[in-house]
Design a binder for this molecule. Sequence first.
Ligand code: BUP
Length: 447
Amino acid sequence: ENQTRLHLVLIPPPLKGHITPMLQLATILHSKGFSITIAHTHFNSPNPSNHPIFNFLPFFDGLSKTQITSKNFVDIASTLNTNCVSPLKETLVHHIAKLEKHDEKIACIIYDGFFHFIDSLAKELKLPSIVFRTTSATNILTYHVCAHLQTKGYLPLQDSKSLDLVPELELLRFKDLPIFNLTNPHDFLHSISKTLSITPLGVIFNTVESLEDSSLNHLHHLYNVNLFPIGPLHMIANEFDNISIVREKDNCISWLNNKPRKSVLYVSLGSIASWEEKELTEMACGLVKSRQNFLWVIRPETVTDVSSWLESLSEDVKLGVVERGCVVKWAPQSEVLAHEAVGGFWSHCGWNSTLESLCEGVPIICQPYFGDQRVNARLLSHVWKVGLEWCNVMERNEVEKVVRRLMVNQEGEELRKRAIELKHEIRLSLSGSSCDALDGLVKCILS
Ligand code: BUP
């Protein structure tokens, strides 16, 4: 092992959708010869035994479990950006001193944009820093647009404007902006204004240049720092990740193995959203009525008792679920989307799910809930044209209709063709623009 490895400290917030891509980025940077330390909070801490090549440095967050489950991200961000200031500083000072004893030092801190306080902490410690964004570049651009609307006094947004297109944002409507329908848009804007005022050396995005060309250009003008669109990270990291992560036997893959090509709809509305049993029942009835095969993730937190809910369904629906469906608590999603039996995805459009689906050429029924999901849904349906926008109430006949639109109708076939084209385009970027951006990042850290 090379003894002169340079050290990087990567700092994710305690949210799964942020930790996973940060660990992927860490894997990739390790392959470029850096030593990696992951500084993380106690809550949701990653499992070190799954990543023997990294050092892990825990620091205090003071978050309560109720805060995390509240899904109030403004509150979570504000708590973290207050509580973590001294604990992280102490942890880093200690780490720096330890490295100095061996004549080693930290080359750069890479932190998630959620932690805006790290900008000034890095400056205080005289360390260069780079920000990592785990959403689309377009989503970050919407933050700037929202802040601009606020200074112009256009908030709260009038309902009459909701369907109008936002001038700076290709094909996004006012109702797609993250502040639309927020009970307290000013709290949200106060929180993002801090993340918009940070001044790092550069910004890393888990995205592909050709997918978000125009948003990246806009952001480049706004920031005037280097932007590194390095994505999709899960694809690039796969090349280097030879650690076999132990997981439960994946029964759903053997179930998929017995299904015809492109015949299965994969249904997963993300790791955060939750529904009422009544809505799940409408989903089940609609899926059965559509007469399509489906693999459905129902997380245990979603409904108090999955088996007794399934039992409560009427006999014909129960029979339909057994005949056509496979219900699981968790699925190995990337593997599922890559399986040839899967022909469509019904998704909440989280950014990770969006990228995973694009990489495998699977078209999407877009059902966004909050945050950046509406932006992603709009990109999928109107910019990249691989998705059906669906924001209807959960009702069995509507569910049946939209499933058949994607899985049976010509409309779905067109989307599938377009998705395959985009898949090839994205895969080319792995040895093209994303690879160049990664080289640029390494150069920037070394200079
Ligand atoms: Br559910 C589920 N298996 O069964 P997003 C999720 N995942 O591998 P988020 C599984 O979790 P927000 C499952 O592949 C993706 O990498 C999935 O991240 C994986 O959405 C990740 O898509 C989910 O970014 O909400 O975190 O639920 O929109 O807030 O990011």
